[in-house]
Ligand binder design. Structure first.
Ligand code: 13P
Length: 257
């Protein structure tokens, strides 16, 4: 049974005061929503504020990035114990913007993932191809390479600390969502790869989120796909109203998969 996850990646948006009111509005609007897990990933500076606002609710708070070392001379970085102390329960690792603008590679993703699975944090590991890679017919190669290197050294048990997020780079912030069929096809390929590497049971248990221009208008069709277990939302999570509409993708309340 895979309980769906709807996660909001706030990226570099929201001052602490703005974060407080957004978290409060989401908390109040989502009260009683039990069909999915809600995750909020505000900037580091707003983590403790958002944690305080959602305290006592099932809403989880995530960091947007983390370093693999627990401490040291790494200016500008934040460690796993720091996120844990701030009240985080999860962390996004390997987002395409980190790869594109800040030099993250599958190898650094792997170091972060290996550190995260040893901690209390759930790792939300992002993968996805660029437009050029898709047009060159290399989607499966790229995804398999990102998985093989990014998840290297993980045990079957470690997989239960991981959520994958398929975010085709060409769909992020462009308004150009992958069609439900295209997304499903890649999600299926990811699950097949996991089954080959870790076994059927592990592959069936892991949640694979879709990210890339998810909106209230397209979430329901995406969620109907058998291998799409939730969404990692960017732009549409910055207003409570649209994020809450995404959370209510199935007004009747969906079960797990
Ligand atoms: P958008 O929803 O703005 O396309 O961003 C997706 C994303 O990068 C979530 O991590």
């Amino acid at each position: 049974m895979r309980i769906p996850v709807i996660a909001g990646n706030w990226k570099m948006h929201k001052t602490t005061e703005e974060a407080r009111s957004l978290a409060r509005a989401i908390r109040d609007g989502a009260a009683g929503a039990t069909h999915c897990r809600i995750v909020l990933a505000p900037p580091f500076t707003a983590l403790t504020t958002v944690v305080a606002e959602v305290k006592g609710t099932p809403i989880l708070v995530a960091g947007q990035n983390v370093h693999w070392e627990t401490k040291g001379a790494f200016t500008g970085e934040v460690s796993i114990p720091m996120l844990e102390e701030a009240g985080c329960r999860a962390v996004i690792i390997g987002h395409s913007e980190r790869r594109q603008y800040f030099g993250e590679t599958d190898e650094t993703v792997n170091r972060k993932v290996l550190a995260a699975v040893k901690s209390s944090l759930t790792a939300i590991v992002c993968i996805g191809e660029t437009l050029a890679e898709r047009e060159a017919g290399r989607v499966h190669d790229v995804i398999e390479q990102q998985l093989a290197v990014g998840l290297a050294g993980l045990t079957d048990r470690d997989l239960s600390h991981i959520i994958l997020a398929y975010e085709p780079v060409w769909a992020i912030g462009t308004g150009r969502t992958a069609s439900p069929e295209i997304a499903q096809e890649v999600h299926r390929a990811i699950r097949d790869w996991l089954a080959r590497e870790f076994g059927d049971e592990e592959a069936r248990g892991i949640r694979i989120l879709y990210g890339g221009s998810v909106k209230p208008e397209n979430i329901s069709d995406l969620m109907r796909q058998p291998d799409i277990d939730g969404a990692l939302v960017g732009g549409a999570c910055l207003e409570a109203e649209s994020f809450l509409r995404i959370i209510r993708y199935n007004a009747a309340g969906a079960g797990g998969k």
